[in-house]
Write a protein that binds this ligand. Structure first.
Ligand code: HEM
Length: 418
């Protein structure tokens, strides 16, 4: 990138990127859909009545933006007094809290919040969880084995990370499914329409109350869990404010399961659709770590990161990007970029090196990456071992996807075990 605007400016192609990526063909063959976007240009203009952003499609530019200090996560640092769609007076407080989460912050606030949570989220805590992840997986597989056809999402991919993150945070068991249902409704893309929004409002209020109750509970009854650690976190006299705490718990509960569900679900589907790779993994289980990295790259559980905001005029791949622009970074497209990965549209569980961008890059690199890896590294081999005859119970083109561009995941995945 440079700030020189010497040559005549290039005009980005205009396209409704969401509509493009949510077409059924794109769901079935995302690598072809992203290849088309990259062919249309490294920078596209995505303008609809709800938003206006410049979309970055290629690996090199996505990485450059993620490390560019002229690009911010917090829209308010633009200092233009403008308000994003989530900052209006009528915005439910839970949405405002999401805006206040560290994903939407820049230094020094971001560093401060991340330091506070990292203290409670130590690598040792994650390592210690392996045994518990194995135990939960075994119980879930026992239950699945009693059915001739089970749903990978409802029976394993969802309850495993949900149970793990809920236990880590100290969400009482009877309330976990309620939490899950609320999150699902609040983030439902249909809820983003005006009528959807109105119907969804009470759920947002309920979710807000749920999180406040949880923090209050752990203040009064400290436990051996992350919310207690957050309540007590103190770095050099610095503590979380009440709202920062709620934002953080919301972020961890949400990011802690909505994403890993997709890694396990999409990952198993990809292996079943590539029987030679599945066979290889069955024969050489020690390939599991590189297989997980390749499944992260190839199945893109998280397709885009939070929007980024341009603080100074800059140039990306010859396109003039004015200050104040919003950028959408297509991680999934970057992961399929032929310029960065040989045979990018081929699943290869031995791929090395594999510098995928599925966990993001730079200051906001996924805090939960070690946890997601542990869960997938336990769940996928356990599933394959338990069911040597595992196969899809419906034709691949009838598998149901959830309509959400940012998170790429299945609504259900019926599997036959006989
Ligand atoms: C396969 C699973 C996962 C994927 C693909 C994934 C992906 C990502 C990505 C791409 C980002 C960067 C966001 C940005 O730059 O705007 C991110 C951030 C984050 N992730 Fe994950 N994630 C996963 C699992 C988890 C888990 C299990 C947790 C939690 C406990 C978690 C917690 C977070 C947090 C707290 C951040 C924000 C970090 C920051 O802003 O500094 N993630 N994740």
């Amino acid at each position: 990138m440079s700030t020189a605007f010497g040559s005549p400016p290039l005009e980005p192609v205009r396209l409704d990127v969401r509509r493009e990526l949510e077409r059924p063909e794109a769901r079935l063959d995302p690598s072809a859909a992203y290849a088309r976007l990259r062919r249309l240009g490294p920078v596209l203009r995505w303008r609809t009545w709800t938003q206006d952003s410049l979309v970055i499609t290629r690996y090199e530019e996505v990485m450059n933006v993620l490390r560019d200090p002229r690009v911010a996560n917090d829209r308010r640092t633009l200092g233009d007094g403008g308000k994003g769609p989530l900052e209006r007076w009528w915005t439910p407080s839970i949405m405002k809290l999401f805006l206040g989460s560290m994903v939407m912050k820049d230094p020094p606030d971001h560093r401060r919040l991340r330091n506070l949570v990292q203290k409670a989220f130590t690598p040792a805590m994650v390592d210690n969880l392996t045994g518990r992840v194995e135990q939960i997986t075994a119980e879930l597989l026992d239950a699945a084995a009693r059915k001739p056809v089970f749903d990978l999402i409802a029976d394993l991919a969802l309850p495993l990370p949900l149970t793990v993150i809920s236990e880590m945070l100290g969400v009482p068991e009877p309330e976990r499914m309620e939490f899950r249902a609320l999150i699902g409704k609040v983030l439902d893309p249909d809820g983003m329409s005006l009528t959807g929004f109105i119907f969804n409002y009470p759920n947002m209020v309920r979710l807000n109350r749920f999180l406040r109750r949880l923090v209050q509970l752990r203040r009064e009854q400290p436990g051996d869990d992350l919310v207690t650690a957050l309540v007590q976190a103190d770095v050099g006299g610095d503590r979380f404010s009440e709202d920062e705490m709620i934002s953080m718990v919301f972020l961890l509960l949400f990011a802690g399961h909505e994403t890993t569900v997709n890694l396990i679900g999409n990952g198993v589907l990809a292996l079943l659709q590539h029987p030679e790779q599945l066979q290889r993994l069955r024969e050489r289980p020690e390939l599991i770590d590189s297989a997980i990295e390749e499944l992260l790259r190839f199945t893109n559980p998280v397709g885009t990161v939070a929007p980024r905001f341009v603080r100074e005029d800059l140039e990306i791949a010859g396109f003039k990007i004015p200050r104040g622009s919003t950028l959408t970074l297509l991680l999934a497209s970057a992961n399929f970029d032929e310029a960065a990965f040989a045979d990018a549209d081929r699943l290869d569980i031995t791929r090395s090196p594999n510098r995928h961008v599925s966990f993001g890059f730079g200051a906001h690199y996924c805090l939960g990456a070690p946890l997601a890896r542990v869960e997938a590294r336990v769940a996928i081999p356990a599933l394959l071992q338990r069911f040597p005859g595992l196969r899809l119970a419906v034709p691949a083109d009838q598998v149901r996807w959830r309509a959400n561009m940012g998170l790429r995941g299945l609504a259900s995945l019926p599997l036959a075990v006989g």
